[in-house]
Design a protein around this ligand. Structure first.
Ligand code: G3I
Length: 349
């Protein structure tokens, strides 16, 4: 057989028999992401999977040492009626973290989304709204005192022009709700770290500077604020690594602990048809994950609170359903197989 023909057939065979297009070459069963860095690496867990899907659970506890509840501690789940708290889901996740020696990061006490109807429709005056805010925060933080290491106390209170969001909390309490929320959380658990959490802080310097300035002024006034969560819902094209780096540096230079709190790196921000991820995009995603981890690792040790992935596998990411598109933003594919991004971190950190 002529040499060319042999190689052609060999190549044909490899195309058919080789691993999927975006293959990986490292084994999570022999590696642990949490052991590659000197800071906490977390994952936001789905309460419908943890405790029910053993492969999911195994990967969560073997790769990560911090847990965030993707939804279980949001008001619509944990405080479904004015006189009713539902602890089942949150207890299950906190117990799992404790049983596996994992830190627990509480998400989120005060947000304008995922509110139960009774709060959306609450018709109280300013004092009654203040009392509602206090009872919500203190009841939850008290229950997990000493078990939840930190809280996203207020989530997404700013809009893109740097002003405060006209949320239901702002409408009924003005800007004071932010200060009150941190003060109530601190009163309930003085040892818990308290974070402000928001998105687009790397992409939007105007918003970032407004957030940092506002929180600096509150901290100077004695309000107990320990850190800033930069969510980092980013993609393979945007923002520049230099912008990610600048965001981290400015948060740390202001003296706040830094939490990359909801990291995912979308491959398909323009919502094109993408039934399978492209090899080149997966490699770009891998490089970007490594850039985020390395930039974070360059920050001062005492301020490195951690990096939390916003989901475990591409199949349970919020992005495809929220944007109604195919996307592959996380470290593991829909079959919990390591992607190039996971392998890049394991091999390069
Ligand atoms: O629990 C119900 C289930 O009973 C029902 O069958 C199902 C279908 O309707 O919906 C389920 O609720 C969904 C929930 O996720 C749990 O899966 C909600 O519809 C859905 O809106 C909710 O989405 C969450 C989203 O926040 C809400 O805005 C995502 O999972 C969650 O990843 C996302 O996370 C937020 C952070 O908390 C804050 N930062 C932004 C980030 C992305 O939006």
């Amino acid at each position: 057989m002529r040499k060319g023909a042999f190689h052609f057939i060999l190549g044909l065979f490899c195309c058919v028999a080789c691993k999927p297009e975006y293959s990986n070459h490292c084994n999570p069963k022999e590696n642990a992401l949490k052991e590659r860095v000197n800071f906490k690496v977390g994952v936001a867990v789905d309460h419908d999977l943890l405790g029910f899907d053993l492969a999911y659970e195994e990967l969560v506890q073997s790769q990560f040492n911090s847990l965030s509840p993707e939804n279980a501690m949001k008001a619509s789940y944990i405080h479904p009626a004015s006189d009713q708290f539902d602890w089942y889901l949150a207890d299950r996740l906190v117990n799992f973290a404790e049983n596996h020696g994992m830190r627990f990061h509480g998400h989120t006490l005060i947000w304008h989304q995922q509110l139960p109807e009774w709060i959306e429709n609450f018709a109280g005056d300013r004092e009654q709204w203040r009392a509602l805010l206090e009872q919500h925060i203190k009841t939850i933080v008290n229950r997990y005192k000493g078990r939840v290491a930190a809280w996203d106390v207020v989530n997404e209170a700013f809009v893109e022009d740097g002003s405060l969001r006209n949320s239901i909390w702002y409408q009924h309490l003005g800007a004071s709700y932010i200060r009150l929320a941190f003060e109530y959380a601190h009163e309930a658990d003085p040892d818990a770290l308290l974070f402000y959490n928001d998105y687009n802080l790397a992409q939007n310097p105007l918003k970032r500077k407004a957030v940092i300035r506002y929180l600096e002024e509150m901290k100077l006034a004695g309000v107990p604020i320990d850190g800033i969560g930069c969510q980092f819902h980013i993609n393979i094209h945007f923002p520049e690594v230099s912008d990610l780096n600048k965001c981290m540096e400015e948060v740390c230079q202001a003296g706040f602990k830094l939490h990359i709190s909801e990291l995912d790196i979308a491959l398909n921000p323009f919502s094109r048809s993408m039934p399978q991820p492209k090899e080149a995009d997966l490699k770009r995603q891998a490089d970007r994950y490594l850039a985020v981890f390395k930039a974070f690792d360059r920050q001062p040790n005492l301020l490195k609170y951690g990096i939390t992935m916003w989901g475990l596998s591409d199949a349970d990411s919020w992005i495809p359903s929220y944007f109604n598109r195919e996307d592959y933003p996380l470290l593991f594919d829909g079959n919990y197989q390591a992607k190039a991004a996971y392998c890049k971190l394991i091999e390069s950190l």
